[in-house]
Design a protein around this ligand. Structure first.
Ligand SMILES: CNc1ncnc2c1ncn2[C@@H]1O[C@H](COP(=O)(O)O)[C@@H](O)[C@H]1O
Ligand SMILES: [Zn+2]
Length: 334
């Protein structure tokens, strides 16, 4: 079964760029930035991995990656590393997410353009993986920062309409509130950009209600969605992106057995297996499928359903969806 999952053509819908850098990729970036790698950098990179820490602790770790991707060279190479690693894991379609960052080397628009150009140029080297981008609003950075992120997206979305396929709301869920960002997300929705919101990653009934009522094309995590909110989510058939290792390693779910993924699967609700940050959580999409398969005794038929869920919930074009579906059917039918 493990080999079957490894070879299976997979679709990834929830992956943060800077969280998807492996130790090897971070060391490559370090060598590029600081010359040959040194012990200090190696130690730092090792501490990037999260193991049984709180969500707040987890957010501090991203700084290590951010320091290595704060130049155009670093960012372009990081994008390539992430695409390469997904391709190596037989991922055939991925929606990456990243929050544009402004620093002494780049404006937010330049950051976004650099990632988009890198995705475009990676097509030559990795022709068997389709890569899209969902620019992210980081809720922890406040409304002014969200507005300037929106401006950067508005400048580029036409030129890169084949890659920018939606918008993500992410960042530390213990900071700020969704209601402050509603107007911004309304603007994106009016531009026909579908929304994937991190929703219910921590307990916050009121905010979860607000997000579900506002509407979203997909729900990230959905860990603490309960009672009437859960009812609404199910009625609206909003697909849930489940990131098993991420939740267990950050302690928002106590064990794999307790993961809410099972509830959605048992209730035939569209649920998708995703990695979130495969570098930080030391995983791959294959490993996540293997964990789910072992924990819940998934059959090949259920793996097939999960793969189809991912294609149908993706923000790909109809034509792309059809060809992905065909590829997956061929794999399961042979
Ligand atoms: C663990 N669960 C999570 N919940 C919420 N947001 C998360 C996250 N994991 C990652 N991010 C968001 O993604 C950023 C890193 O990638 P980029 O710098 O954007 O490429 C983090 O800084 C955070 O804003
Ligand atoms: Zn996430």
């Amino acid at each position: 079964m493990e080999e079957f999952i490894q070879r299976m053509p997979k679709v990834e819908l929830h992956a943060h760029l800077n969280g998807s850098l492996t130790t090897a990729a971070l060391l490559e970036l370090g060598a590029q930035k600081y010359g040959s790698t040194n012990e200090e950098l190696e130690k730092l990179v090792e501490s990037f991995k999260v193991m049984g820490e709180s969500l707040d602790e987890c957010f501090k770790k991203f700084k290590i990656a951010h320091d290595l991707t704060n130049t155009r060279e670093g960012l372009a190479h990081a994008t390539l590393c992430v695409i390469r690693d997904f391709a190596k894991d037989n991922v055939v379609y991925v929606e990456l997410r990243t929050t544009p960052k402004q620093n002494e080397n780049m404006s937010k628009t330049e950051y976004l353009e650099c990632v988009l150009e890198s995705i475009r140029s990676a097509r030559k080297e990795f022709p068997y993986i389709i890569v899209k981008l969902l620019p992210s609003i980081d809720r922890s950075q406040g409304i002014d920062s969200a507005k300037s992120t929106m401006d950067a997206i508005l400048k580029l979305h036409k030129k890169f309409s084949d890659i920018i396929k939606g918008i993500d709301l992410s960042g530390n869920p213990n900071v700020e509130n969704f209601s402050n960002y509603k107007l911004i997300f309304e603007t994106f929705r009016n531009m026909n950009l579908p929304l994937s919101l991190h929703c219910g990653e921590v307990e916050n009934e009121e905010e979860i209600r607000e997000m579900i009522d506002f509407g979203m094309a997909r729900c990230g995590h959905g860990t603490f969605i309960k009672e009437s909110n859960l009812q609404k989510l199910i009625e609206k058939r909003i697909p849930v992106e489940c990131c098993l290792s991420s939740n267990v390693k950050c302690g928002t779910v106590s064990t794999y057995d307790d993961h809410h993924f099972k509830y959605f699967l048992d209730n035939s609700h569209p649920v998708v297996i995703c990695t979130d940050d495969f570098g930080v959580f030391d995983t791959t999409l294959s490993k996540e499928f293997i964990i789910a398969q072992k924990t819940f005794g998934l059959s090949k038929e259920q793996l097939f359903t999960l793969s189809k869920n991912a294609v149908l919930s993706s923000f790909a074009s109809e034509e792309e969806k059809q060809s992905l579906m065909q590829m997956i059917e061929n794999y399961f039918m042979k």
